[in-house]
Design a protein around this ligand. Structure first.
Ligand code: C2O
Ligand code: CU
Length: 433
């Protein structure tokens, strides 16, 4: 296993590479080979896959309530599809081969069109052989703007990723090897931020939209140089902004932060023995009229609140993996003794039913559990609905209770977003009729 030590875990301390994100939304997303400067400048760039020539792919920006429509063209040599992570969309557009659409073979295309009901920070990524395709770079940000966005001087998307590279800077193969699958997944040996702009002014009020696009890495993050509040998690506004402290971001999770620049903004990877620099937003000038108002809550989301008595109480036990994880399923990981998708869903809901689900982690690893097509509340200790999320990090041995109103008809995946775990059994599905 690659240990996170100063020697093997190198963060690119050079000024972060700015992806060539276009403004606005393209009407075609074409996957194919790209290059990204992960190693410090002057050393070789890494061959990856991306969309429209870059990884991350172009930032898609739409207004809340708009319809996003675009054609996905598969320019790689593997079948693929695109999933719009966190969007409460129409089931047929969810991008899950075998459940909601056919595979898009090399050279083929698929047209996606769907309304985006919620403002917030989302992302898109390949949903086929994703432990490899996402690790190769097939993802990008999807930003849904509020009807009246909060006033900021800069609205900056920051993806966090790690890559497993050899000394020449080439992406290492061995995708989906048994060791990665049965342990924490494919952890990289290089990590950095990819911001949509690389400098800010002193005194600027900025909105940062962080997205963890890694297939396995849980990022423990400290942000310096910002006097800021957390305003949203997984796209969903918090009722009350919270002070920004160190935080963890599991694969697929997002966090929105609004605050004022007090110094160069550093993104640090927190370890027991110190910090690794993942990149910075440098200071370029001074804002002559810095904002003085308080950071306000974003408009509250239109997600249905679960009733006090759930229609269904369910439990989902995470099982398997290395180091003692036992279960009756046929692959490395399982939910409730079953590996992978069975013919019948884990649960069936009549539209509008509320369920409380106990997510029980009976393994030696943390898992980030993602539900498609819905957001759910993480329940607080006293059982009251807490943060709204689409991906919940459940530490090893832990129990997390969630509650959701299943009001979006269709067949929806429920899986671990450590993508190697998903591939080797840790996934199931629910149906809303
Ligand atoms: Cu972000 Cu099923 O995935
Ligand atoms: Cu997992």
């Amino acid at each position: 296993m690659i240990k996170l030590t100063r020697r093997t875990f190198l963060c690119s301390a050079a000024a972060a590479t700015i992806p060539s994100w276009a403004n606005g939304s393209p009407s075609i997303l074409r996957s194919g080979p790209v290059r990204l400067q992960v190693l410090p400048k002057g050393q070789s760039a890494t061959a990856l896959w991306g969309f429209n020539g870059s990884s991350p792919g172009p930032e898609l920006r739409v207004r809340q309530g708009d319809t996003l429509s675009l054609r996905f063209e598969n320019g790689t040599d593997q079948p693929s599809s695109i999933h719009w992570h966190g969007i409460r969309l129409e089931n047929a557009m969810d991008g899950v081969p075998g459940l909601t659409q056919p595979l898009v073979h090399p050279g083929e295309s698929f047209d996606y069109a769907f309304a985006v009901p919620d403002a917030g920070t989302y992302w898109y990524h390949s949903h086929h052989q994703s432990w490899e395709q996402v690790a190769r770079g097939l993802y990008g940000p999807l930003i849904v703007e509020e009807a009246e966005p909060p006033e900021v001087d800069a609205d900056i998307t920051v993806t966090l990723d790690d890559w497993r590279l050899d000394e020449s800077g080439a992406l290492m193969g061995g995708f989906g090897n048994m060791h990665d699958l049965s342990h924490a997944g494919r952890l990289g040996n290089f990590a950095m931020i990819l911001p949509s702009q690389d400098s800010v002014r002193l005194g600027d009020r900025v909105r940062l939209r962080l997205i963890n696009t890694a297939t396995a890495r849980i990022f423990p993050v400290r942000i310096k140089g910002l006097d800021a509040k957390v305003v949203a998690l997984d796209g969903m506004p918090l009722e009350k902004p919270r002070d920004l402290t160190d935080f963890q971001l599991a694969p697929a999770q997002r966090i929105d932060i609004i605050g004022d620049v007090t110094a160069q903004v550093d993104f640090l990877f927190v370890t027991q023995d110190g910090f690794h620099d993942m990149g910075s937003l440098e200071i370029d000038g001074k804002n002559p009229a810095p904002a003085t108002s308080e950071v306000m809550a974003l408009p509250s989301p239109g997600v249905a609140m679960p009733g006090t008595t759930p229609d269904q109480n369910l439990s989902l036990r995470m099982e398997g993996g290395a180091m003692g994880g036992r279960h009756a399923g046929e692959d490395i990981w399982a939910f409730n003794g079953v590996s992978g998708l069975s013919d019948t869903p884990f649960a069936t809901f009549r539209k509008g039913e509320t369920a409380v689900i106990d997510l029980m982690n009976d393994t030696s690893f943390a898992h980030g559990i993602h539900l498609h097509g819905h957001h759910f509340h993480e329940l607080d200790e006293d059982g009251s609905p807490g943060d709204l999320r689409d991906t919940s990090l459940v530490e090893r041995g832990a129990l997390r209770k969630i509650a959701a109103v299943f009001d979006n008809p269709g067949k929806w995946l429920l899986h671990c977003h450590m993508l190697g775990h998903q591939a080797s059994g840790m996934k199931t599905w629910v149906e809303v009729i």
